[in-house]
Write a protein that binds this ligand. Structure first.
Ligand code: NDP
Length: 259
C-alpha cells in the first residue's frame, strides 16, 4: 500500500459494507488522502451512522449525498466535490455502490433488469462523465505520463458473477439482472479505458472476492472474506497498477480474471 499516494478519492456507497471499508482504510494509511469524499444516498439516515461518526473524528472525510441511479444527484455531487477541491483534481473515483436482486432466470422482470442496470452500470458511466473534468485535472497536475492510481483512475467494483467465461456461483444464486449488469460494467470499464487513456486516466474492473457484507450474505451462506481483508487486498492491488494494467479485470489478490 506504500506506493498509493492519493490526494483525493471519492467512494460511492460509502456508508456500509466494502465502501465503508475503503473509507476506513484510506484514513488508516500512513499518509491519508487530503480529501476522502464518502458518497452515500442518505447521509443523515440510520444506515450512515458509522460513517457520520467517522467523519466527526476525521476532518478530511466529506460526506456527499449521492444516489448513483439519479443523474441530477450525480451532477450535484460533482459540483459539490469541485467546490471543495478548490481548483485541484480528483485522483481516484471508486464506483462501489451496487444492488443485487435475488432473482431466478424464470422470475426476472423488466423492472428488476432496469433498476439493477441503472444502478450498477449506468451509474458508473454517468459518474465517469461527471467527474471526468476533475480526473483530467488530477492527471494534468501529476508529473510523468505513466498511468497510475496515484495520478488518476476509475475503479469499477465488479464481480466474478458477471464473468461470461467463468460465471461464479450459478448453483447458489442465479441473480440474472446482477450478472448482466456486472458483465456490462466490465464492458464499460473497457470503453472507459479506451476513451480516457489519452487523458491519463487508468481504468480497471476489480472483483472484491466473496465478502462478509449484506450483499455477500444474501445467499444465506457465510462469505469467507472479511471487509478488511478484501479492502486491504484491493488497496495493495491499486498501489501496484501501472500503464500495462489499464483495461483489465482483476481480483482483490491482483490476479487477472477472464471477462
Ligand atoms: P452492500 O449491499 O453491503 O452495500 C451496498 C452499498 O451500495 C450500500 O452503501 C448502498 O447504500 C449502496 N447503494 C446501493 N444503491 C445505491 C444507489 N442507488 N445510490 C447510492 N448508493 C447505493 O454491498 P457490498 O459492500 O458487498 O458491495 C460493494 C460492491 O462490491 C458492489 O459493487 C458489489 O456488487 C461488489 N461485490 C460484492 C461482493 C460481496 O461478496 N459482498 C462480491 C462481488 C462484488 P444504502 O445503504 O443506501 O442501501
Amino acid at each position: 500500500m506504500a506506493d498509493l499516494h492519493v490526494r483525493s478519492v471519492l467512494v460511492t456507497g460509502a456508508n456500509r459494507g466494502i465502501g465503508l471499508g475503503f473509507v476506513q482504510q484510506f484514513l488508516q494509511m500512513p499518509k491519508p488522502p487530503e480529501w476522502v469524499f464518502a458518497a452515500c444516498r442518505d447521509p443523515k439516515g440510520q444506515r450512515a451512522q458509522e460513517l457520520q461518526n467517522l467523519a466527526s473524528r476525521h476532518p478530511n472525510v466529506v460526506i456527499i449525498q449521492l444516489d448513483v441511479a439519479d443523474p441530477s444527484s450525480i451532477k450535484a455531487a460533482a459540483a459539490r466535490v469541485e467546490e471543495q477541491l478548490e481548483g485541484s483534481g480528483l485522483n481516484l473515483l471508486i464506483n462501489n455502490a451496487a444492488i443485487a436482486k435475488m432473482t431466478t432466470l424464470d422470475g426476472e422482470t423488466l423492472e428488476d433488469m432496469i433498476q439493477v442496470y441503472t444502478t450498477n452500470t449506468a451509474g458508473p458511466l454517468l459518474l465517469g462523465q461527471a467527474f471526468l473534468p476533475l480526473l483530467k485535472k488530477a492527471a494534468q497536475g501529476s508529473p510523468g505520463s505513466a498511468l497510475s492510481c496515484s495520478k488518476a483512475a476509475i475503479i469499477n467494483i465488479s464481480s466474478s458473477a458477471g464473468s461470461i467465461a467463468s460465471p461464479l456461483g450459478w448453483d447458489k444464486m442465479q441473480v440474472v439482472s446482477y450478472r448482466c449488469s456486472k458483465a456490462a460494467l466490465n464492458m464499460l470499464t473497457k470503453c472507459q479505458s479506451l476513451g480516457y487513456r489519452e487523458h491519463g486516466i487508468l481504468c480497471v474492473a476489480l472483483n472484491p472476492g466473496w465478502v462478509q457484507t449484506e450483499m455477500g450474505s444474501s445467499s444465506g451462506d457465510m462469505a469467507p472474506v472479511t471487509v478488511d481483508t478484501s479492502v486491504q487486498g484491493m488497496l495493495k492491488v491499486l498501489s501496484s497498477l501501472s500503464e500495462k494494467d489499464t483495461s483489465t479485470f482483476l481480483n482483490w489478490k491482483g490476479n487477472v480474471l477472464p471477462w
